[in-house]
Design a protein around this ligand. Structure first.
Ligand code: HEC
Length: 226
C-alpha cells in the first residue's frame, strides 16, 4: 500500500512537470494532436495557399477562386466598375461615365489625387505628366517602353472610363494599379490629370492635331470637370 502511494506520488510529480512545462509557465508542453492546436484557418475571400485546393474544386465543377465577384463593392468603398478586363472591356469603358462627372471635387480630394499620382504614377509619367519620369528619362531610364504623355492629344481624347480601365487593369506595358490605388482615388487621379491637361503645359502643344489613335472612341464629356 505504501509502495503504491510512493509510485503514485512519483508518477504524479513527473506528469505535473511534463504537463505544465516545468518552471516555464509559457511553454504549452507536448502537443498530442497538433492538427487541433494549429488548425488550418480559411479566410473567406482571402488567399488560400493549401496546395491544389482550387484545382480540386475545379475538378468538381465548383468555380470558386477566392476572388470577389466582378462588380463587388468593398465595405467602405463607394464606387463599382462593372466592366471586365480586356479589349472589349476597354472599348465598353469608352462610354462609361465618371461617377464624379458633374460633381464638384473638393480641393482636398484634388490634392489627394495629386499626391497619389506622384506616389504611383510619376515614376513613369513624370511629375509634369509629360511621360518622362525617372524610369524613362527620355529613353535612358531602365523602363523599356515609353510611358504615355498624359497631356498629349491622344490622352486628352481618352474618356475617363478608358483611363479608369487602364489604371485598373493595366494597358500595354503598363501594369495594373488596381491593388495600389482605391477606386475612389483612381477617379481623383483622373480629375487631377484632366486639370493638368487644360493647356497650362507648354509641352503638350507640340502634339500634332489628330495624333494617332486620338480620333478613336469616346469623346469625353467630362473633360471640363476640373
Ligand atoms: C512602370 C511605368 C508606369 C507607371 C508606374 C504608370 N504607367 Fe501609365 N502607362 C505606362 C506606359 C508604358 C503606357 C503606354 C501603354 C501602351 O499604350 O502600351 C501607359 C499608359 C497610360 C495611360 C493611357 C492609357 C490608354 O488608354 O491608352 C494612362 C491614362 C496612364 N498610363 C495613367 C497612369 C496612371 C494614372 C498611373 C498611376 C496610377 C500610371 N499610369 C502608372 C507606364 C506606366
Amino acid at each position: 500500500m505504501k509502495k503504491l502511494a510512493i509510485v503514485t506520488a512519483v508518477v504524479a510529480s513527473v506528469l505535473s512537470l511534463i504537463g505544465c512545462g516545468g518552471a516555464h509557465g509559457d511553454n504549452p508542453g507536448q502537443a498530442y494532436m497538433p492538427d487541433m492546436y494549429y488548425s488550418r484557418a480559411y479566410e473567406a475571400y482571402g488567399y488560400n495557399n493549401v496546395a491544389g485546393e482550387y484545382d480540386s474544386l475545379r475538378s468538381r465543377n465548383i468555380l470558386y477562386n477566392g476572388m470577389p465577384v466582378i462588380g463587388t463593392v468593398a465595405r467602405g468603398e463607394s464606387f463599382t466598375f462593372p466592366i471586365p478586363e480586356g479589349d472589349s472591356g476597354y472599348a465598353r469603358a469608352a462610354s462609361y461615365p465618371s461617377p464624379l462627372a458633374g460633381m464638384n471635387i473638393t480641393p482636398a480630394q484634388m490634392k489627394e489625387g495629386e499626391r497619389i499620382y506622384l506616389i504611383n504614377c510619376a515614376i513613369c509619367h513624370g511629375s509634369a505628366l509629360d511621360g518622362n519620369g525617372p524610369l524613362w528619362k527620355g529613353g535612358e531610364g531602365p523602363f523599356t517602353s515609353a510611358p504615355r504623355n498624359l497631356k498629349d492629344d491622344y490622352t486628352k481624347a481618352l474618356s475617363d472610363g478608358q483611363m479608369y480601365h487602364a489604371i485598373t487593369y493595366g494597358k500595354g506595358q503598363m501594369g495594373s494599379y488596381g491593388s495600389q490605388v482605391k477606386p475612389e482615388q483612381r477617379w481623383w487621379i483622373i480629375n487631377y490629370i484632366r486639370s493638368k491637361q487644360g493647356g497650362t503645359g507648354a509641352d503638350t502643344t507640340a502634339a500634332a492635331a489628330g495624333a494617332a489613335g486620338g480620333a478613336a472612341s469616346g469623346t469625353d464629356t467630362t473633360k471640363a470637370s476640373n
